[in-house]
Design a binder for this molecule. Structure first.
Ligand code: ADP
Length: 775
């Protein structure tokens, strides 16, 4: 059954050598009860451990059922211990945090026996050792004798061929010892039992073969045996601990030290808490900054006008010398010198249109194009305007009054299309009606107090007084007709043009475009007032459509050809003429372009893109933009980023600290559980399995501290927000992003497992025999 051939095992401590086994050769029968007798330190335990594969011999050979173990791999030894050997120790070696049943089942758990079979075998073994009635007790509720019975049940549960007992009754009283010895004697009828003892009486009474041991050598064998088995058909079932078993082992272990685990998890969660709060705050502040930036930029977009002024600082008068000359120098004013005419041509418009939409989705083109507008009020047709200026104070004819104001035609212009809608949605709240959906929808902009420009309403044909209140439904749905130039003007025999009379036939012309006030929009925050002036606002697409309709109209063609104003007849210069053509809808060139980047960072990128256009161009071909936002505020996200990094760095230090702490805790746990490691190894656990047990423990700790940290950080955002609200009037600044929370839990787990992995590896490397010897 089992044969030792010239086995040697030496221990080297410092300079001294202990020959624990010195050329031992012996054979055992398949069924017998062997007692190994000898004084303490004679090498008995070493031999037993050698037979059991706990302590591998230095030289010689251990032949099991005719198979040499010389070439056994580590996992072969693990499987051998698990399948073929049962150990019974003097100090019982029951895992205290597991139930009795779990202890007995452990060997089978390691070899992957299925649950039902495992339980059946374990219960049978417990009943056999007389523990049937005590099965549901906890190990610490048992007497010494009962503990040893549990150990025996564990040893025989998987029905091994070899039972190895190391002083099994050494810690028991005489009466209990007898019971245990009877039990072992009983078991020896079915298998090989090898028992180490230094008690000759016990050996003589129970064993049927006594081997006397001294100084690592066999001195006497009462019943020698010569093995001649050459079978070599020894199959081993490999062991493997599932991560689930590892988790269960760690979990029950952790349960026995709840307070310590909680404190550890709490302490190591501090790093997570601080990082989570920093992230929550910084993303909250970032949102605020983004909001402010986009509001500022909406109020002060990058503007490219036909007439721009170079933003150069005026030269100071102070350093000019008093002249002694008797002549006068004619000089251009600084302001005139700074004035620059931008050539906004097709090429430039294309260039602007090609701005990366990620930097700026919203671009508005405004045109100095007039509109021929009519509205029917109480059955009467009136000419109306989208203007905020007082028409009584400015009673000159439509064309010259429009051109007198720099805004051209009046009313505010917002970008057309989908981007325009989201632009409006971002800064305005619909208080009645709906957002515009087509170019023919116009809106009424009101301030936070629901007020709007009285002149805007008057110009639309409403008879209102300053301070008068109107119902929403009086305004929403209001219709205005746009009349084409050809229908609006008639040519006189003098070749001059005059407007036709604004009557219902003109109003009802089927070529007219019908505009409708689709809704009333109110600015969302006071900081976004002035983005569009209160009053009527419309899409730049509407102007484009009108230009399309009128660019080849009779009056435009005539104006283009004439040297005088085709309405008044007065002679005009080239500049005035081109303004007239624009006003009549004869020019596709916008009078100004407004670009709305979302953030200051993006604005800088847009600016450098615009600068690139001017590279290498002559001064007069350069297009100059105005960047009012640049001079308003420089509150950039960059500073916020820097602060966040610094804070995260600090928080990271506490995370590292907690990682080190976890390592220490795991290391302590390894020390505490040395015995358990030995037991698991004796039952056939692999090195990997031991690592796994401790990795599982740190995983539990890592997840616990991560979740705890995130929960605490989340709870902390409430008081933090309350304090910030009272200090800054900003509400809900700290917002813990769920994605951040999840990442932090994962980070905590990974770091903790990493921190605990080195001690876990150390645990796995522990020598099983040494681990079992430890107290
Ligand atoms: P016994 O079981 O007969 O009391 P052991 O087999 O425990 O004897 O020990 C035999 C000898 O080997 C003793 O001198 C012991 O000190 C020594 N020994 C056992 N294990 C180790 C070890 N891991 N390192 C060094 N010496 C050891």
């Amino acid at each position: 059954m089992l044969e030792l051939k010239h086995i040697k095992k030496y221990f080297y401590v410092g300079d001294s050598v202990t020959k624990a086994l010195d050329d031992v050769s012996v054979s055992f029968r398949t069924k017998e009860f062997v007692a190994i007798l000898g004084p303490s330190g004679s090498g008995k335990t070493t031999m037993l451990n050698g037979i059991g594969g706990l302590d591998i011999y230095d030289s010689g050979d251990l032949v099991i059922k005719g198979k040499s173990t010389k070439d056994f791999s580590e996992s072969d030894w693990d499987a051998y211990r698990n399948n073929s050997v049962g150990f019974i120790f003097q100090s019982y070696n029951i895992i205290g945090h597991l139930s009795i049943l779990d202890n007995v089942e452990m060997g089978m758990t390691l070899s992957g026996v299925d649950n039902a079979e495992k339980k059946e075998k374990a219960v049978k073994a417990l009943e056999r050792v007389g523990l049937g009635p005590h099965m549901n007790k906890k190990p610490n509720q048992l007497s010494g004798g009962q503990m040893q019975r549990v150990a025996i049940a564990r040893a025989i549960a998987n029905d091994p061929e070899i039972l190895l007992c190391d002083e099994p009754t050494g810690a028991l009283d005489t009466e209990t010892s007898v019971q245990i010895m009877e039990l072992i004697k009983e078991l020896s009828k079915e298998r090989l039992v090898i028992m180490v003892t230094h008690n000759p009486d016990l050996a003589k009474q129970y064993a049927n073969r006594i081997i006397e041991f001294a100084d690592g050598k066999i001195q006497h064998d009462s019943n020698p045996y010569q093995e001649d088995l050459k079978d070599d058909k020894f199959a081993l079932k490999k062991t493997k601990m599932t991560f689930w078993t590892a988790l269960k082992l760690s979990f029950t272990n952790i349960k026995t030290k709840k307070a310590r685990t909680f404190l550890t998890a709490f302490a190591s969660s501090i790093g997570i808490i601080s990082i989570a709060i920093v992230l929550a705050l910084s993303s909250g502040f970032q949102t605020q900054i983004d909001k402010t930036q986009s509001n500022t930029l909406a109020q002060f977009p990058i503007t490219i006008s036909q007439i721009a002024s170079n933003q150069t600082a005026p030269t100071s008068n102070k350093d000019k010398k008093t002249s002694k000359s008797d002549k006068i120098t004619a000089k251009k004013s600084e302001a005139d010198k700074a004035t620059h005419v931008n050539k906004i041509n097709k090429k430039y418009i294309n260039y602007v249109n090609n701005i990366n939409p990620k930097l700026s989705k919203t671009i508005t083109y405004s045109y100095s194009t007039g509109m021929n507008l009519l509205r029917e009020v109480n059955g009467k047709v009136k000419t109306v305007k989208f203007s905020n200026t007082d028409s009584n104070a400015n009673s000159a004819n439509a064309m010259s009054s429009a051109m007198a104001t720099s805004t051209g035609v009046g009313g505010s212009v917002y970008p057309g299309g989908k981007n325009g809608q989201s632009f409006l949605k971002k800064h305005y709240k619909v208080i009645s009606g709906s957002l515009p959906t087509t170019a023919n929808d116009i809106v009424l902009i009101v301030d936070k107090d629901n007020s709007t420009n009285v002149n805007a309403l008057k110009n639309l044909g409403f008879s209102v007084k300053d301070g008068q209140k109107l119902n929403f439904d009086k305004l929403v749905g209001t219709q205005v007709k746009v009349v084409s130039n050809n229908n609006y003007y008639q040519k006189l025999p003098t070749n001059n043009f005059v407007p036709n009379s604004a009557d219902s036939s003109m109003y009802n012309n089927s070529n007219n475009t019908t505009l409708k006030i689709s809704g009333i929009l109110r600015v969302k925050s006071s900081s976004s007032e002035n983005i569009l002036a209160s009053g009527v606002a419309y899409s730049d697409q509407l102007t484009k459509n009108i230009i399309k309709q009128n660019e080849n109209s009779d009056i435009v063609t005539a104006q283009k050809a004439s040297k005088s104003n085709v309405i008044t007849g007065e002679t005009v210069d080239a500049t005035t003429k081109s303004s007239l053509v624009s006003y009549l809808g004869g020019s596709k060139t916008p009078s100004s372009i407004m670009i709305y980047p979302n953030t200051f960072k993006n604005k800088d990128k847009v600016l450098s893109y615009l600068d690139k256009y001017n590279k290498g161009k002559s001064k007069s071909d350069k297009v100059v933009y105005t960047d009012l936002a640049g001079s308003v505020s420089n509150l950039t996200g960059g500073l916020m980023d820097a602060i966040t990094y610094v804070l995260i760095a600090f928080a990271g230090i506490s995370l590292v600290t907690s990682m080190i702490m976890i390592s220490i805790i795991t290391y302590t746990s390894v020390l505490e559980r040395t015995k358990e490691i030995g037991i698991l190894k004796a039952l056939g656990a692999r090195k990997k399995d031991i690592t796994r047990v401790f990795d599982a423990e740190t995983t539990i700790l890592g997840v616990a501290s991560g979740v705890l940290g995130v929960v605490i950080a989340w709870l902390a955002t409430f008081p933090i927000n309350a304090v910030l609200k009272s200090m800054t009037d900003l509400s809900n600044v700290a917002q813990l992003n769920p994605v951040h929370a999840l990442i932090l839990i994962i980070v905590s787990t990974v770091l903790t497992v990493l921190g605990g992995h080195i001690p876990a590896r150390m645990a796995a490397k522990k020598d099983a025999a040494t681990a079992l010897r430890s107290e």
